[in-house]
Design a protein. Structure first.
Length: 239
């Protein structure tokens, strides 16, 4: 009975025994509080609470226990007061929310203690934050074989809420060592650092001039990996 939130009938629930333990109350008093609630929410009681039995680990006798959904817990906990009570309420509801979210995502790990539930919630939030740039940017970019111009990358970054144009993006890339700077013929071409990271490639095109000479142009283009790399940076506020 040491689980903060568990699964019964495919729903996240907690128990009256666990609530009594966490809120430092006598289990009899928690049972009475639930019985009192039944009088006021008779029609909806079965959606919030259902009664069961548990075996006491010491005397091996069976005793009453209530299992409750998040809404049932919220209704019960309304009567609990004090700073610690408020803290526990928030932690409990957060654990319920994370459990529901994991079930909706197709899988879950049941937390076995309050510290594990809080750690689970923190881990889940980290995963959400890590995935956010990829979701905003579109899943296809990660494996895309197509590269784009720096100006097109600026538009993508702007579409994700960061105000930046092509000129400022070129300047930022030169200042941060991704593109070559200075007044030289290879200005705005990828640096060795960028090529090693495989976030840029150089596209060469050959033109035949009217006089018979050949002109070669070299254009920096951002690879699929580079697009994700730069969008992540700007969405994290690294500018």
């Amino acid at each position: 009975m040491n689980k903060l939130v568990t699964i019964k009938n495919d729903k996240p629930v907690t128990s009256s025994l666990q609530v009594a333990k966490i809120f430092d109350k006598n289990h009899r008093d928690v049972l009475k509080a639930v019985d009192d609630l039944k009088k006021g929410v008779a029609q909806n009681f079965a959606d919030l609470f259902y009664e069961g039995q548990y075996t006491h680990p010491q005397n091996k006798q069976k005793y009453r226990i209530f299992y409750m959904t998040k809404d049932g817990f919220s209704l019960l906990a309304m009567g609990f007061s004090g700073k610690k009570a408020i803290k526990f309420k928030l932690e409990y509801i957060d654990a319920f929310n994370k459990m529901e979210q994991q079930i909706q995502n197709g899988g879950f790990n049941v937390p076995t203690s309050m510290s594990e539930a809080l750690r689970l919630a923190a881990d889940q939030q980290d995963r959400i934050e890590q995935m956010k740039p990829k979701v905003l940017f579109a899943n296809a970019v990660e494996t895309s074989d197509s590269s784009i111009l720096v100006g097109e990358l600026a538009k993508l970054i702007s579409q994700n809420g960061v105000d930046i144009g092509a000129g400022r993006l070129f300047k930022w890339m030169r200042s941060n060592g991704y593109l070559i700077s200075g007044n030289r013929s290879d200005r705005n071409l990828p640096t060795q650092k960028s090529m090693d990271l495989k976030i840029f490639e150089i596209k060469e095109r050959t033109y035949n001039n009217p006089d018979g000479s050949v002109r070669v142009t070299r254009t920096p283009k951002v690879t699929g990996k580079g697009q994700t790399y730069f969008v992540n940076k700007f969405l994290k506020g690294i500018q």
